[in-house]
Design a protein around this ligand. Structure first.
Ligand code: ZN
Length: 368
């Protein structure tokens, strides 16, 4: 494959053109040719990929074999089976590890509670359904819903759910599980203004070339008082500073934005959101991938390095449990490897800060 066509850009948050380079890396996950540089804006300190792939090359950053899309076939089988059994609440059953089947762990008092506390990594919380008019379910949309696993959990909580997914493969899996999913970008979906109680986006915003426009569009489709929840990698965590260009969550050139708590506040306020709260992720899942990246840099044919690079795609429960105490301490210190953000569209009427300024538009109703 030839190198991606890159274009120099201004800061996606403040539109200033002055910046300084932070790090340069090759694509260690998909091995696209070329080198990619993350810069820091001189004016607002936002970190972003510059130059970034030209608009017509953005899709080429996700070649066949891109790991997050590889679970499609397996998910299709499990989701279809789940949908035929009970489309309302079923999720793919996870196989129980041997040590949970054979050891008398379930009989130890308090262990179940400890297990759930350790496994609560805060990466994709499932909100309880809010109260609306009698007999009417609250309406939620997930951007980049992939195969729909989180939407199924949300549906089981009483939400009316739908999704937007750019890739047809994962979207087809979600539809097979009984979910209403549009294959489009959020902007192209042209959803009805003020039609949603909740919008979620898990590890999506860092992939968007114009995150301010995306957030402004989310604000437009949320009802006044409606809530946005999303997650992004934490570009300022200890892990990113230790591993630098080998940090697993860097994922160049697919991650175009590299947020921290400060830049998240900045962009959300610019997009017209209020009641912003940010929670640290309590997981070290990316750490193993970062060690793998580093190992492969030192020894390019290391099999252990290759296994560690793939580990975050199929984490082992035992390693998650063992690393959870360290992950929880790091989260308490503000060093989680990812951030989960909650913000609201204000109740009171305010000047629409959407760059397009268009709050009308016909569009489809969201909701399943
Ligand atoms: Zn800036």
């Amino acid at each position: 494959m030839s190198e991606l066509r890159l274009k120099s850009i201004a800061c996606p948050l403040c539109h200033d053109v002055s910046h300084r380079p932070l790090l340069t890396s090759a694509d260690v996950r998909c091995h696209l040719p070329g080198h990619f540089t993350v810069v820091r804006c001189d004016r607002c300190n936002h970190r972003y990929l510059n130059p970034r792939p030209a608009d017509e090359c953005l899709a080429d950053c996700y070649p066949v074999g891109y790991a997050p899309h590889q679970a499609v076939v397996a998910a299709l089988q499990t989701n279809s089976a789940a949908a035929s059994a009970d489309s309302a609440v079923s999720l793919p059953a996870e196989s129980t590890p041997w040590y949970l089947r054979w050891l008398p762990l379930r009989r130890l008092p308090g262990l179940r509670r400890l297990y759930y506390w350790l496994m609560d990594d805060r990466t994709q919380p499932v909100p309880e359904a809010i109260r609306t008019a009698p007999g009417v379910s609250p309406v939620a949309l997930e951007l980049g819903c992939a195969t729909g696993a989180w939407l199924l959990k949300l549906k089981s909580q009483g939400w009316s759910v739908s999704g937007v997914e750019m890739c047809e493969g994962p979207a087809a899996v979600a539809r097979a599980a009984g979910l209403q999913v549009l294959t489009a970008t959020l902007e192209a979906a042209n959803l009805r203004s003020e039609s949603l109680d909740l919008v979620a986006a898990w590890m999506v915003l860092e992939h968007t070339p114009q995150p301010l426009q995306t957030l402004s569009e989310v604000r437009r489709i949320l009802k006044p008082g409606g809530r946005l929840i999303f997650s992004v990698p934490n570009a300022e965590c200890l892990e990113s500073r230790i591993f630098g260009s080998a940090w697993y969550c860097l994922d160049l050139p697919r991650h175009l934005q590299h947020f921290n708590a400060l830049s998240l506040h900045l962009i959300l306020e610019q997009a017209g959101f209020a009641e912003i709260s940010i929670e640290q992720h309590r997981t070290l899942i990316g750490l193993w991938g970062s060690i793998g990246n580093l190992l492969r840099r030192i020894r390019p044919h290391s099999r252990l390095g290759a296994w560690l690079q793939r580990y975050p795609e199929q984490p082992r429960l035992i390693l998650q449990l063992l690393s959870a105490p360290v992950a929880i301490v790091l989260a308490w210190c503000g060093q989680g490897e990812g951030l989960t953000v909650s913000a609201r569209r204000p109740l009171s009427a305010q000047v629409d800060s959407s760059p397009s300024g268009d709050t009308s538009g016909p569009g489809r109703a969201a909701g399943g």
